[in-house]
Design a protein around this ligand. Structure first.
Ligand code: XMP
Length: 324
């Protein structure tokens, strides 16, 4: 029978066997998979592990601070947090096509990661191993060719933590045999904060594919503020865990509104919340009208650049979960 402590013991032993006295690198994304993978490796080989977190400038509010607080300060795992926002924003300048955004962010991520890895190797010696938070369903998917798995590839998925191509790492994949719910359970057991354990998935390209059209710092800041309000209210209403994903989308549409004596002309924010079992199909979540009202009021009251809120009532298919 499945017990998390037995799974942890087994993983720890097999990591030790694989890695020996060598050094290991892990790209943290802010998500639960890479975090749990890193925790397992740290339990197995301690400070032979170094984690790298790359702030792409397209992360949610407080993301980098939270990674530093949890991994460095709380769990005492060696961590390099790189603020590379400017580089990413420069590359994204004027780019509208979603696939192009994914490609640029994926490339830049690998560059930044490689630079960090090279620097670290120069300072402290070779790092032959790289941790990947690959789950069992990913393993299955990459070896099967049914229509379901093709469907996920309609959008190229650049996961933060993707394998750098030029560098030849040997992979450590401690989650290869696990499903998501098992990963959460292990995470809890290893001391990952509750909030992190239950976090919704967040795409590698981050907010860049939730700012529709061209991305800039101002739009990312608006969306970061909107995203925080949506998530805070959903958590306050106690429905966060019932949802597969929930987020705000900054549309490029500006609409007319009225505020006091004046006319406003400001952005339309879309709110997206879905229920799903596997992210291959999804239904729009029947959030209560009261919750939607609170979200809408806060968005327009607290964000000057927003004067209208719409709720996305499309299922997947035919829509996708993300807007880009
Ligand atoms: P869609 O929008 O295709 O999304 O219904 C399905 C799931 O995949 C996530 N997603 C991504 N994840 N890189 C990622 O790491 C990407 O480029 C990407 N695009 C979509 C999406 O958030 C949802 O969970």
């Amino acid at each position: 029978s499945w017990t998390s402590s037995a799974v942890i013991d087994e993983a720890v032993e097999s990591i030790r066997k694989q890695v020996g006295k060598e050094r290991v690198l892990c790209a943290l994304s802010g998500g639960v998979d890479s975090a749990v993978a890193a925790l397992l490796v740290h339990r197995a080989v301690g400070d032979q592990l170094t984690c790298v977190f790359v702030d792409t400038g397209c992360m949610r509010a407080g993301e980098r601070e939270q990674v530093v607080e949890t991994f460095s300060n709380h769990l005492h795992i060696p961590l390099i947090a790189v603020d590379a926002s400017e580089r990413f924003l420069n590359r994204l300048d004027g780019v509208v096509d979603p696939e192009q955004k994914r490609k640029l962010i994926g490339e830049e991520f690998i560059r930044v990661f490689e630079e960090q890895a090279t620097k670290l190797a120069e300072e402290q010696g070779p790092i032959p191993y790289l941790v990947q938070g690959t789950l069992y369903p990913d393993v299955i998917e990459s070896t099967s060719h049914d229509t379901a798995s093709t469907a996920t590839k309609i959008k190229t998925h650049h996961n933060v933590g993707g394998l750098p191509e030029k560098m030849s790492f040997k992979l450590v994949e401690p989650l290869r045999m696990l499903f998501k719910d098992e990963v959460r359970e292990i995470g809890q057991e290893l001391g990952l904060p509750e909030e992190w354990v239950w976090r919704h998935p967040f795409p590698g390209p981050g907010l860049a594919i939730r700012v529709i059209g061209a991305v800039d710092k101002l739009k990312l800041d608006i969306l970061r503020a909107a995203d925080k309000i949506v998530i805070d209210e959903i958590k306050r209403a106690g429905v966060y865990r019932d949802l597969g994903q929930a987020f705000a989308v900054l549309t490029p549409i500006q609409s007319v509104g009225v505020m006091g004596d004046g006319r406003t002309y400001a952005y339309v924010v879309a709110v997206r919340a879905v229920t799903t079992s596997d992210f291959m199909t999804a239904d729009w979540a029947r959030l209560s009208p009261e919750l939607l009202a609170r979200i809408s009021n806060r968005l327009v009251n607290e964000i000057a650049e927003v004067n209208r809120v719409v709720y996305d009532i499309t299922s997947k298919p035919p829509a996708t979960i993300e807007w880009e």
